[in-house]
Ligand binder design. Structure first.
Ligand code: 3PG
Ligand code: CO
Length: 557
């Protein structure tokens, strides 16, 4: 008989307010000039690391430890927060799509049948991030899907590409477009009219998240649906090369302006029209939800769509289980159920969660197993600090860390919450820009925010759990297998904008921590999924039996 009721922990008391701090993109790596966390002044985080040795440790945050296909996969915020919140390791979107494609099951499902209805008379549009980064999507999955649809009756295919440079090296878009063009030309040889129809950099076109800036989605809509963009080319490879070379200031792949591909008469080759099918290729939700809404919702007022074509639209995955969005999808998402957030709320834990817009869904939606909304609005409060929009965060590396910390501090001091959870975005968001100096400033700002929150915990006699979701700022250079920085053809180091494979720290402490609590020695391979049971214990409960084991033990003192 299933019950939400958690048993009392035999040794740990209830009622201690707990701050759970997730430093986004804060991994542990050897100190060197490309380790911005090391370079930055981070006295608070240093003091945790150099404090009691059995209250600080590292946990795995990448690869199979967070449900990714292999240990060559770097961590990311989606899988990291899923693991932190859910306390178990679920096979994630990347893996689920891999298996569905490998077994061919993807083609048997209702989602595929639905888009297939348009193959005879309409065009199939594929929209998504074009890279092998594996965070939101993967090129090899697109390649398999192209083959799959062409074997199953698609006659006209248009690909709308979003260039990456964020989960992969800047400049790699050129190679990915070459690969795609090669595959499309093979389809053309088979008599299928297959082309790239539009494109743009992911951070400028389409892939906004958490409604930070609808203009980003609008730019994509204009290019993909309406066939309108500031730049027109007859060839996508030329588009990407020229836009990279000729724009001032020189854009990174992430920020390429929108372009459409036109025919010799200047007519766009692939606007989306009535009767077409559309698939959004990304399996990860956060940066596809906004487009999914624009493609699916009859009532929509976020921007003027001009035309709302009647299409058969499917997501690669279902992006939001609560909203049932989109209503058609090719692969079922991981069923992340019974998250620690839900358990705790059902056991009376009053919860406060906060971040700024660009990471807000990470500590709420991802934390709660890709579920939007509250479990119980009476007991929960989620606060979003508006992010600056329209900027790259290297120009504002402090972001809203101070504001988030102050909101958390006030929530702790109010006495109204048992758990106060935040995500501090700086090291990740600025790390992704590849600006090393700015990333150093970002890390310092995050450290200052940690101090503010820990001071409040000190004041109320509470407990803190400080950890991170994956690495980023601790290594800003691409390295060879031996760990040596790689140079490009001009002899410059190759800046690493992406996440890393590094482990992340976890520190616990605070005046409310029972004296005998310490990290166990017998969970050497502990990962992010072990954190949930740990936090549940600190709230005074035993974790559900199928959760990954707790990281702590209580010894008699
Ligand atoms: C992004 O979406 O910004 C990156 O692809 C991954 O970053 P995140 O996993 O830290 O959000
Ligand atoms: Co990131």
């Amino acid at each position: 008989q299933f019950s939400w009721k958690l048993e009392d922990h035999p040794k740990l008391p209830k009622g201690k307010p707990i701050a759970v701090i997730v430093l986004d993109g804060w991994g542990e790596a050897s100190p060197n000039e490309y380790n911005c966390i090391h370079t930055a002044e981070t006295p608070k985080m240093d003091s945790l690391k150099n404090g009691a040795p059995d209250l600080w440790r590292l946990v795995k945050a990448h690869g199979t430890a967070v449900g990714l296909p292999s240990d060559d996969d770097m961590g990311n915020s989606e899988v990291g927060h899923n693991a932190l919140g859910a306390g178990r390791i679920f096979s994630q979107g990347a893996k689920l799509v891999d298996s569905a494609l490998a077994s061919g099951k993807i083609y048997e499902e209702p989602g595929f049948k639905y888009i297939q209805e348009s193959f005879q008379t309409g065009t199939l549009h594929l929209i998504g991030l074009l890279s092998d980064g594996g965070v939101h999507s993967r090129l090899d999955q697109l390649q398999l899907l192209l083959k799959g649809v062409s074997d199953r009756g698609a006659k006209r295919v248009r690909v709308h590409i979003l260039t990456d440079g964020r989960d992969v090296l800047d400049g790699s878009s050129v190679g990915f477009v070459e690969t795609l063009e090669h595959d499309l030309s093979e389809l053309r040889n088979k008599g299928i009219d297959a082309r790239i129809a539009s494109g743009g950099g992911r951070m400028h076109v389409t892939m906004d998240r958490y409604e930070n800036d609808w203009n980003v989605v609008k730019r994509g809509w204009d290019a993909q649906v309406l066939g309108e963009a500031p730049y027109k080319f007859t060839d996508a490879l030329e588009a990407v090369k020229k836009l990279r070379a000729e724009q001032q200031p020189k854009p990174n792949d992430q920020y390429l302006p929108a372009f459409v591909i036109v025919d010799e008469n200047g007519k766009p080759v692939g606007p989306i029209v009535d009767g077409d099918a559309v698939v959004t290729l990304n399996y990860r939700a956060d940066r596809m939800v906004m487009l999914a809404k624009a493609l699916e919702y009859e009532d929509f007022d976020k921007f003027d769509r001009v035309r709302f074509p009647k299409i058969n639209y499917a997501g690669m995955l279902e992006y939001d289980g609560e909203l049932k969005l989109p209503s058609h999808y090719l692969v079922s998402p991981p069923e992340i159920d019974r998250t620690s957030g839900e358990y705790l709320v059902k056991n009376g834990i009053r919860t406060f969660a906060c971040s700024e817009t660009v990471k807000f869904g990470h500590v709420t939606f991802f934390w709660n197993g890709n579920r939007s909304g509250y479990f119980n609005p009476e007991l929960e409060k989620y606060v979003e600090v508006p992010s600056d929009s329209g900027i790259t965060f290297n120009v504002q590396p402090k972001m809203k860390a101070l504001e988030i910390a102050e909101k958390a501090r006030d929530a702790i001091l109010s006495g109204n919450f048992d758990q106060v959870r935040v995500n501090l975005p700086n090291s990740d968001m600025v790390g992704h820009t590849g600006d090393i100096d700015a990333t150093v400033v970002a890390c310092k700002a995050a450290d200052e925010a940690v101090k503010i929150i820990l001071d409040a915990i000190e004041q109320v006699g509470g407990i803190y759990v400080v950890t991170a979701d994956h690495g980023n700022a601790e290594d800003m250079v691409k390295r060879d297998k031996a760990g040596k920085p790689l140079l490009d053809k001009n002899g410059n180091i190759q800046i690493l904008t992406s996440h890393t494979l590094e482990p992340v720290p976890i520190a616990i402490g605070g005046p409310g921590l029972s004296p005998g609590v310490r990290f166990r020695k017998d969970v050497p391979n502990g990962g992010l999924a072990n954190v949930a049971a740990t936090v549940i214990n600190l709230h005074g409960f035993v974790a559900p039996s199928d959760y990954e084991t707790t990281l702590i033990e209580v010894v008699d003192k």
